[in-house]
Structure formats: C-alpha cells, structure tokens
Ligand binder design. Structure first.
Ligand SMILES: Nc1ncnc2c1ncn2[C@@H]1O[C@H](COP(=O)(O)OP(=O)(O)OP(=O)(O)O)[C@@H](O)[C@H]1O
Length: 314
C-alpha cells in the first residue's frame, strides 16, 4: 500500500539552516495491516505522514502510495486515502452532521450518497445523538471520533492517523481504539504515529521506531520486545536516606551482575532479567535494601530506552 525507499524530508529554517526531519527511511506497509511510526517529539513522524498523505513534497528517495507517485498523482492518491490530523481541524461554525456533510461534498460525492454516508459514519463513531450539536460542545474524545468519521467519508483504502489519542483521557482513548480495531476488521489499512507505547502495542501489527529522522528498529511489538529486551524487568527504588543517598548511579554497579542489563533512571533502577523475582531476591541478599520493588514484563518502552538511551515520556 505504501513503499518508501531512502525517503528524506528537509526544511529550510528561518535562519537558513537545513533541518533534516527525515534522513533516509525504508518502509513497506502491507494491505490490511495496522502500521505504526513510534518515536518521541521531533523524531520525524509527522513529516513522514505528511509525505505519505501526498500533501508535502518528498525531498529525496522514492515514495509510492497505492502504486502511485505523489509528485504525479497527488489528487488520485488523496481521493483514496483518509487523513486524521493531530490537531482538531473541525469547522466550529457547523454542527456535527454538517461537518461531515460539507467534507463529503468537498470530495465531490453526490448529495444523496453523502447524506447516507454521514448517517452511517455518525452511527459508526457513536455520535448519532450528537448530530445537531455544535462542535464546541463536544468532549475531546467526541471531537476526535468526529475527525475520524470525517476522514472516512470517501471510504479510504488507507487511513492515516497522526497521534490519534494524544490528549484524550483513558476511557476516551479506549473508545477510539475500539473503533480503529473495527476499521481494521473491515480491511482498512491503518498507518498511525504515536508516542504512546500502549497504543502501539494495542493497535499495531508492525511498527518502526524512529529517532532523529531515522528508523532504529522494525517489527511486530512482540518481535521488538523479544529482540531488544528481556522477558521481565525488575524495578528498584531506594530511599533518599539510603547509604548512597539515593545516588542510583552508585548503586548500579553493585547489581550489574544480577541482570543482563541495568538502566539508571532519575527515580529508579531497571534490572533486565529473565527472572525479576530472583534478581530482587539477590538484591536483598546483598543488603542493598530497596524501599520499593516491582516485577513487570518488558514493554516497547524498554525497547525504546535500549535503542535510544532515552525514555519516551513527552
Ligand atoms: N515546516 C517545518 N519547517 C521547519 N522545520 C520543521 C517543519 N516541520 C517539522 N520540522 C522539524 O522537523 C523535525 C521533525 O519534526 P516532526 O514534526 O516530523 O516530528 P514528530 O516525530 O512528528 O514530532 P511530534 O511528535 O512532535 O509531532 C523537528 O525538528 C521539527 O522541528
């Protein structure tokens, strides 16, 4: 559905310096899959998405979308994809139903067809009872669902979603995920960006981890975790009154041999080990006395930390 090779995007900044937002990435998105671009702010995700949406010209490399070249067939591509942008771009002058209707007409769909499609989409995103409401009276989650409905008006083969649940509360996020799952079941190819690990794990069949304009890893969430992390992680917190005064960097060498890898975060130590309980038992045996411990399974957050040395916190 999408094939990029050596894809780059540069911007000229105001000072005249060149910003290389995307520095040569290879990506292939298959029909029907949910594909994610994961990475922190500034990684180049949005710049990539805008090229894939055929609204921002490619600086270098090649890009094919639905077999077409965006430089030649931009309008044809845009007719067959849906775009759900990061910020709300809904028309606050119009009510919920008319936001969808106007968009459908913009796509050149006949009036009667748009009317039917609008009702179908309102139902799909569970906004039928809000059809006459002003956009400003909707909650954040409802606005996001309306934007998703709008991006589906042309029955796209591919739906691009830039951070679909950023800023939403947990319940609203789950409602959005549920709708995206349903779309996937209907055969729509989903391409999304996110900096939420749980979102990537929930939704994506495959994903790439981006950092500073480059892809640093690629695979299914499970493959990435298996390749780049251990099965379990033991988290250790120490009291500020500990003999090292809570200086975690000083404690780390004392436990380094108990794990495959140790990460020092500002507030805790992470011990990457196949058996977290065993690692913690040994820490206690050495009289190191953590004030709190926790064993959890590895997540994509651990993969990201391993690959970039940074956490993905916004
Ligand atoms: N129009 C622009 N002009 C100049 N620089 C830009 C422009 N758009 C993006 N950039 C720069 O390109 C880099 C990548 O930005 P981009 O928005 O693609 O990252 P991102 O991974 O999507 O981040 P976010 O999660 O914040 O959306 C950043 O350094 C950004 O400042």
């Amino acid at each position: 559905m999408i094939e990029a090779s050596g894809l780059t995007k540069s911007f000229a900044s105001r000072s005249g310096a060149v910003v290389e937002a995307v520095r040569g990435i290879d990506v292939a998105v298959r029909r029907g899959e949910a594909f994610g671009f994961l990475g922190p702010n500034g990684a180049g995700k949005s710049s990539t998405m805008r090229m894939v949406a055929a609204v921002s010209p490619v600086s270098g490399g090649t890009l094919r979308i639905l077999g077409m070249d965006p430089a030649v067939d931009g309008p044809k591509i845009r007719a067959r994809i849906g775009v759900c942008p990061q910020e709300d771009t809904l028309d606050t002058e119009l009510n919920v139903r008319d936001n969808l209707y106007i968009y459908g007409r913009y796509f050149g769909l006949p009036r009667a067809e748009v009317r039917g499609r609008v009702e179908e989409l309102l139902e799909f995103v569970q906004l039928t009872d809000k059809a006459s409401a002003k956009v400003d009276d909707l909650s954040g989650g409802m606005k996001r669902r309306l934007t998703i409905a709008r991006s589906l008006i042309n029955r796209p083969d591919v739906l691009l979603l830039d951070e679909p649940t950023t800023g939403l509360d947990p319940q609203a996020r789950h409602v959005v995920w549920d709708r995206l799952f349903r779309l996937k079941q209907q055969g729509v190819t989903l391409v999304l960006t996110t900096h939420y690990m749980d979102e990537a794990e929930q939704l994506c069949d495959r994903l790439v981890v981006m950092d500073k304009g480059l892809i640093v890893a690629e695979g299914s969430p499970l493959e990435l975790i298996r390749t780049w992390s251990t099965r379990e992680v033991a988290e250790l917190r120490f009291a500020p009154t500990h003999e090292h005064g809570g200086d975690l960097a000083a404690i780390a060498p004392k436990v380094a041999d108990l794990a495959e890898r140790v990460e020092v975060l500002p507030d805790r130590l992470l011990l990457y080990s196949a058996d977290g309980e065993e690692a913690i038992a040994q820490v206690h045996e050495r009289g190191l006395d953590p004030v709190a411990t926790l064993v959890r399974r590895s997540t994509l957050e651990d993969v990201f930390l391993r690959l970039t040395g940074r956490t993905l916190v916004d």
